[in-house]
Every structure is written in C-alpha cells, then in structure tokens.
Design a protein. Structure first.
Length: 112
C-alpha cells in the first residue's frame, strides 16, 4: 500500500520536478499502485505524467485526481514502485467547490 500524504507534504518531497522530457511509450502496460486505492495500467495516451523528477522518478496523475510518485525498477523489463501519493488539490477548482457549497446552502435557506 502506497503512503498517502497531504498535498503540501507531497510537494515538499517531490520538489524540483520538471515537465516530462522523455518518451514514455516504453512503459506502456506496466501497472502502478495509486493513492486512490486502485492499480492503474500505465498508458502514454491515458496516464497523465504530472512531472519528472530526474533519474527514474515520475509523478503520475490519475483520473481520480491522485498524484503518485513512482520509481522505475529494473532494466530490460521495467516495473513501477509507488513511493508516495496525495490527493491533488487544484487551488482554482477548490475555490469553485467552495462557491458551489455556499450556493447550495443559500438555496436550502430559500427552500425553507
Ligand atoms: Zn488512481
């Protein structure tokens, strides 16, 4: 089970990531354990690579909005080892959600 931490902690530990430079097609079909509780199959067309941390470390972003730090193991056949994960919080989206909640409350008040 991969450790799930807060986004703050995750960013501290994965600081210095750069946009992806390498072609990820060699990793097609390799599963990785994700912080959302599922195991995802890596696919260059479907898996979003959040950033690359140099060497053999990458941060993947899944559809459930979990970022997971994975390390590539092995040489001729690769494997992913998940090290750390966090629920991604997009500051803008988070703000929108709060606004949604507020308008929900308002409409409840009107209803009552
Ligand atoms: Zn996931």
């Amino acid at each position: 089970m991969v450790d799930v931490v807060s986004m703050n902690e995750f960013e501290q530990k994965t600081g210095g990531g750069v946009p992806l430079r390498r072609k990820m097609t060699i990793f097609e079909g390799i599963p990785y354990e994700c912080g959302c509780g599922e195991t995802h199959i890596f696919s260059p067309s479907q898996t979003r690579v959040y950033c690359e941390l140099g060497g053999r470390d990458y941060v993947f972003l899944c559809l459930n909005e979990y970022v997971t730090l994975v390390k590539v193991k092995g040489f001729s056949s690769h494997k992913f080892k998940s090290l750390l994960s966090a629920k991604l919080i997009d500051p803008i989206e988070d703000k929108n959600r709060q606004i949604d909640r507020m308008s929900d409350k308002e409409s409840e008040v009107e209803f009552l």
